[in-house]
Design a protein around this ligand. Structure first.
Ligand code: SF4
Length: 439
């Protein structure tokens, strides 16, 4: 048994959080902020670890072996900044690292961090790794169902806000206006999600109502909606595509080069894991079982909650509809290139989303991956064929290692020219939402 395996056994699934501060890894800026606000309603002081910088990479490199993927290096680097800060008290602070059983290195984050802490003399620092199996009981001892449902509201809302930001910002007349509206929206939603006096449904309804105002505010931003900007789908590994620090702010660079981005959502992955849950129950001969019934009820509630939130933006998201059936729809699109029973994970979703963006009249795809991550390597292998089968649709894989943005500086201008060329010759035209025709 190696050191990391030993540490796996010591990862804590339950820690009393009373009077303590919990640090949450900042995979996505908006989702992490809303997630932490939601915990406050359950008397948990959660802090979003969203300020990655050069020190993050320095410490991430120092405390890892060099073989880890970029998301792991960034998460550990950010946590070590907190551990090494003057006055850090291991009794009063806890680090949140989710566990997973998947084949990728993600499943090793929590035990590996525990191992690193011990090796460097910080064995008393607490790492909390709750799992869905225990209903995240550490966070909400009394009402974990309420916590899980509100977490879903928070994640869907973060997806909607991020999508809206990316749709409006490339067209704004005054630089920075859309970012300001986005920040104000986040603050308002944080306040709602942190309220202790609201029931789960009251909170959900308050978010829906706030989103209606937020939508109006985004729509009132002075902007020049021209139909000349190429629409670029951004797909790839979930942490690297959502975490701006990891991908060197790729989306802002695409915007500076005159493009608009359609970034794959965070919830796409949740829908995929829901599909896997049902598939695994069926494989285990439990198609008719209590577990399957519970899974179906949970997915139905998630679907109706998501629909209510998205419905606020139904006119503004015309032309940006996701594939029918979410992750399942993407897997069907990717089916000619992968066997959906043997290839699992983000590769199949990325390829499916690339074809979906093509079908919606998009102008190109950028696949973002951390350097050496298997998902990006697998999808890159089939992209030439996908492109050939779809009018030579431009698709570019970009790898990030946290140290350079060479891929952006060198490759992005060329890729954007290819996207502009494709835009002129494509056979499938975009459907634009109403505000592109406003005067
Ligand atoms: S998918 Fe790749 S980059 Fe992401 S956690 Fe797994 S191994 Fe790391």
């Amino acid at each position: 048994m190696n050191n990391t395996q030993q540490a796996t056994d010591k990862v804590k699934k339950r820690i009393s959080l009373t009077g303590k501060t919990v640090y949450i890894p900042g995979m996505d800026y908006a989702a992490t902020r809303l997630f932490c606000a939601m915990f406050k309603a359950f008397d948990v002081n959660a802090i979003p670890n969203i300020r990655s910088d050069a020190k993050t990479i320095e410490l991430g490199s120092k405390y890892t072996s060099g073989e880890e993927c970029l998301p792991e290096k960034i998460t550990i680097g950010d946590f070590m900044k907190v551990v090494l800060a003057p006055g850090f008290d291991p009794e009063k602070n806890v680090f949140f690292m989710p566990l997973s059983n998947g084949p990728c290195r993600f499943g090793q984050y929590a035990p590996y961090f525990t191992h690193i802490l011990k090796k460097h003399g910080y064995g008393n620092v607490q790492v909390l790794s709750p799992s869905g199996e225990d209903g995240y009981g550490s966070f909400a001892e009394k009402d974990s169902n309420s916590l899980l449902r509100t977490a879903w509201t928070a994640l869907v809302t973060a997806d909607i806000l991020r999508k809206t930001l990316h749709k409006i910002r490339p067209y704004e007349k005054m630089s920075g206006t859309t970012d300001k509206v986005f920040e104000r929206a986040l603050e308002r939603l944080e306040y709602i999600l942190s309220r202790k006096d609201y029931s789960t449904m009251k909170k959900h309804r308050a978010v829906v109502s706030a989103l209606a105002d937020i939508n109006k505010e985004f729509m009132s931003i002075p902007a020049d909606f021209t139909k000349t900007k190429p629409l670029i789908g951004v797909v790839g590994e979930i942490f690297c595509r959502l975490n701006e620090f990891s991908n060197s702010n790729l989306i802002r660079h695409v915007e500076e080069h005159g493009g608009e981005c359609w970034l794959s959502d965070m919830c796409e992955w949740i829908w995929y894991t829901n599909y896997e849950e049902k598939k695994n129950l069926a494989y285990a001969g439990r198609t008719v079982s209590l577990a399957m019934l519970i899974a179906k009820i949970k997915h139905y509630i998630q679907y109706t909650d998501e629909h209510r939130l998205y419905n606020v933006f139904k006119n503004e998201f015309v032309g940006y509809e996701e594939a029918p059936g979410a992750a399942v729809g993407l897997m069907e699109l990717a089916a000619p290139y992968f066997d959906k029973y043997t290839v699992i994970g983000e590769s199949i979703l990325s390829v499916g989303k690339a074809i979906h963006v093509y079908n919606k009249g998009g102008d190109g795809i950028i696949d973002i991956s951390p350097f050496s991550c298997m998902n990006g390597i697998v999808s890159e292998a089939v992209y030439p064929l996908v492109s050939k089968d779809h009018e030579d649709f431009p698709i570019k894989s970009m790898y990030f290692d946290g140290n350079s943005s060479a891929a952006i500086e060198r490759d992005l201008p060329i890729f954007m020219e290819m996207a502009r060329g494709y835009m002129k010759r494509k056979n499938i035209q975009r459907t634009y939402p109403w505000y592109f025709n406003r005067h």
